[in-house]
Design a protein around this ligand. Sequence first.
Ligand code: NAD
Length: 306
Amino acid sequence: MSGSDQLSVGFIGVGRMGGPMATRLIAAGYSLVVFDTQEAALAPLLAQGAQRATSPADVADRAEIVMASLPTPKIVTEAILGATGAVQGSRMQVFVDLSTSGPGATIALSKALLARGVASLDAPVSGGVTGARNGKLSLMVSGPRDAYDRVEPLIKHLGRLFYLGDQPGLGQTLKLANNLMSAAAIAITAEAMTMGVKAGIDPTVMLEVLNASSGRNTATEDKYPRCVVTRRFDFGFSTGLSFKDVRLCVEEAEALGVPMVVGSAVRQMLSITQNQFGADSDCTCIAKTVEQWAGCEIGGQNSNDK
Ligand code: NAD
C-alpha cells in the first residue's frame, strides 16, 4: 500500500525548507495538497503532481494531516486560526508545525486547535536546505503521543525523529536553544576568522587548523568554507529568520529566569546585520558585519592586508 492510499496530506508554506520537504513526501508516495502565497514556490511542486489549494482552509478541507513551514509565529497563527485559516477546514485532524515558532505561540495554538477537536504537534527542524533535500533533518517533536504515532510514518521521510513527550512547546524550546548555538557559532567565528586573516593567516589554512582543533563548530566545518571564504553567502537561511529565532530564544530564557548574556550579544549582532544587509540576506552575512568594522575580508582581496 503506498503512502497516497493511506493519508491525504496538506502542506502550507513551501519555501526554502517546505519545498524540499514536500518534494520528499511526494517522492515517498503521498498525495499532497499545497498552499503558498508565492507562485514561484508552488510551481515545482505542482509540476510533481501536487494539488493546488486556494487557502489554508481549502488545504484543511482536503487533508487529514496538515503541515506548515512558515516564516514567523504570527504568520503560522494567522494561517491556522485566521479567517481563511486551516481551522475553518472540515477534514484536518492533526496539525504539524515544522516552522520555528517558539513555545509561546505553539502552546496557544495547540490549545485553540484542541478546543476545535484538532491535535497538534510542534516539530521544528534542523539541518538547513541541504538536510531538507536529503531527508537528513533532525525533527524535535512534542505533543500528544497518539498524534505522533499517527504521523510518524509520514514525517520519518524528512529525517531523524526525536520525540520529547506530550507537553506542547518542548520541541520549540529545544529548537531555539539549537539555533542560538548555531548563530553564536557564526558570530564568534566571524570575529576569530577576521582577526586571524587581518593578522596574515590564509583563511583556508585557518579553517583547516580550527577544524582539527578545539575551536571547531558548525560554522568552521561547513558555513565558512562553503559560503564565506567563497564569498557566496548562500547557506539558505535568512538573517531575518535567524534574528527571529534568537530573539524568541532570549525572550523565552528571560521568561524562565535564565540569564543569556552571550545570547543577547548574538541577538544584537543579528539585529545589526539585518539593518545593514537586509532581512533577506543570508545569515552568514554576520561575517560581513565584522569584516566591515575591521576593514578586512575573510577570503577577499584584502585578506592579507594588515
Ligand atoms: P522561506 O521564506 O524560504 O519560506 C517560507 C514560505 O512561506 C515562502 O514560500 C512564503 O511565500 C510562504 N508564506 C509566507 N506567508 C505565507 C502565508 N500567509 N500563507 C502561505 N504561505 C506563506 O523560509 P524558510 O527558510 O523555508 O523557513 C521556514 C521555517 O523553517 C521558518 O520558521 C524557519 O525559521 C524554519 N527553518 C529554516 C531553516 C533554513 O535553513 N532555511 C532551517 C530550519 C528551520
